[in-house]
Design a protein around this ligand. Structure first.
Ligand code: NAD
Length: 424
């Protein structure tokens, strides 16, 4: 029988009393690694109650004392980075180098949290009206919650709870049900760092657990990262309940390629940025807008992409891993099919990719579309797979207009050598 993932409440790992579980799959093999509980709502209430008890004393702890614990935590995370990355790779599928990077980005946020004394400085304004000075303090709110996606199982939880707790809050983390074990590992090391019990709680589950958090009066602030529809739901419900909410959704990131750019650098960067982590990054480059002469580089981009292949997490030759599950793979395959009927040139089609020895894995090969237009589904939807779209523009202004008309946000990069001479 597969191991049952524990919940982490009031400083202890315990079995949830629920009878409902979801499987946690290794996406390269479909082996069931563990079963994740759909934590009961009364267990969440109890966790929130105990977090409130912890908050009542933690908020009085001096900021340098809080920072000291985070210094210890970041030290432990660094020492145990490989151990965390291995847990992460197995449940998420990303290769070990990517998993190490995932953990490292999180550690950097913990380092940031170590500066909490200066980060919490307030402001004063003298003589704002005759004889009136104003000042502000930054104070903790109480219990904050984090709801996180599968694709960065270490970095994204670490974006959230270290800063919230360093500020004097307590925290309820609801990680993705597809990658719950990395969060438990982060919690285990949190205990080792010596934090008081009840400050960090990890409750597992899915939609119902999230909705309970959104409606719970004791949760004061929510940080969400995930897909657009869920981000909208979390934002709407949370703010309706007068909570502070930040909700980060999906993305479609563009790279503008100017004809004076260094071609090899462009191609190398496009390969990693489009297919790295199987394209399951919110900052993946999914669209390259080739300006002018750069439109002739499609064949060389194709050659470079066809030279990489997916594989399992500890295969050094593999450029990236599998998609997270069957639904994700179905979505990518559906979008590839739509590209044929909607008139894109499919230069590479990774639909039939098979990794020897891992025939059941959710692998998709590198995929490349040329002559993509804004009306196509591959452009309108977030693919979240190892796929790159090539579009054409006659000028930088035209490229920028294409990007500004895309409803998704996140990042854009412009590859050009203009200005390079001035930097020498
Ligand atoms: P997801 O929206 O399916 O799940 C995110 C979280 O929401 C999970 O904890 C999940 O349990 C919960 N959830 C799912 N459905 C829900 C529902 N109906 N009601 C309430 N809660 C629900 O996202 P995912 O597939 O895990 O992650 C991939 C998505 O995250 C992509 O769209 C990606 O672009 C986005 N993402 C964005 C950023 C960013 O910084 N903008 C970073 C990473 C990932």
């Amino acid at each position: 029988m597969a191991e049952k993932v524990k919940i982490f409440v009031n400083g202890a790992f315990v079995d949830s009393k629920t009878t409902e579980f979801l499987p946690v799959e290794n996406p390269a093999t479909r082996e069931i690694l563990a079963e994740v509980p759909l934590t009961t709502l009364s267990e969440i209430d109890e966790a929130i109650h105990l977090a409130n008890v912890a908050f009542s004393t933690w908020k009085e702890v001096a900021t340098p004392e809080r920072a000291r614990l985070f210094l210890k935590y970041q030290h432990i995370l660094k020492e145990r980075q490989k151990e965390i990355a291995e847990v992460l790779s197995k449940e998420n599928g990303k290769n070990f180098a990517d998993a190490m990077g995932d953990v490292w980005r999180g550690i950097e946020v913990v380092e940031h949290a170590c500066n909490i004394s200066t980060l919490m400085m307030g402001e004063t304004v003298e003589n704002v009206a005759r004889g009136v000075d104003t000042y502000s303090y930054i104070q903790p709110l109480g219990i904050c919650a984090g709801i996180t996606p599968f694709n960065f199982p270490a970095m994204i939880p670490l974006w959230m709870f270290p800063v919230a707790i360093a500020c004097g809050n307590a925290f309820i983390l609801k990680p993705s049900e597809q990658t719950p074990m990395t969060s438990n590992k982060l919690a285990e090391l949190f205990v080792e760092a010596g934090f008081p019990k009840g400050l960090l709680n990890v409750i597992h589950g899915s939609k119902d657990q999230v909705n309970h958090i959104l409606n719970h009066p004791e949760i004061k602030a929510i940080s969400f990262v995930g897909s657009v529809p869920v981000a909208e739901h979390v934002y709407r419900t949370g703010t309706q309940n007068l909570k502070r909410v930040q909700a980060f959704g999906g993305a479609k990131n563009h790279m503008v390629v100017m004809p004076d750019a260094n071609k090899q650098q462009v191609i190398n960067n496009l390969v990693g940025a489009s297919c790295g982590a199987a394209g399951q990054r919110c900052m993946a480059i999914s669209v390259a807008v080739l300006v002018g002469e750069a439109q002739n580089w499609a064949d060389e981009i194709k050659t470079a992409l066809s030279n990489i292949q997916p594989g399992i997490w500890n295969d050094d030759k593999a450029a990236y891993g599998p998609l997270i599950n069957q639904n994700s793979k179905n979505k990518v395959l559906r979008l590839i099919k739509s590209a044929y009927t909607q008139g894109a040139d499919v230069l590479l089609d990774g639909s039939d990719c098979v990794v020897e020895g891992y025939e059941n894995g959710y692998f998709v090969g590198p995929t490349l579309f040329n002559n993509v237009t804004a009306e196509m589904d591959i452009y309108k939807e977030e693919i979240f797979g190892p796929a790159l779209l090539l579009m054409k523009a006659n000028s930088l202004d035209e490229a920028i207009e294409i990007i500004n008309n895309n409803p998704y946000g996140n990042g854009t990069s412009i590859f050009t050598s203009s200005g390079a001479a001035a930097r020498k």
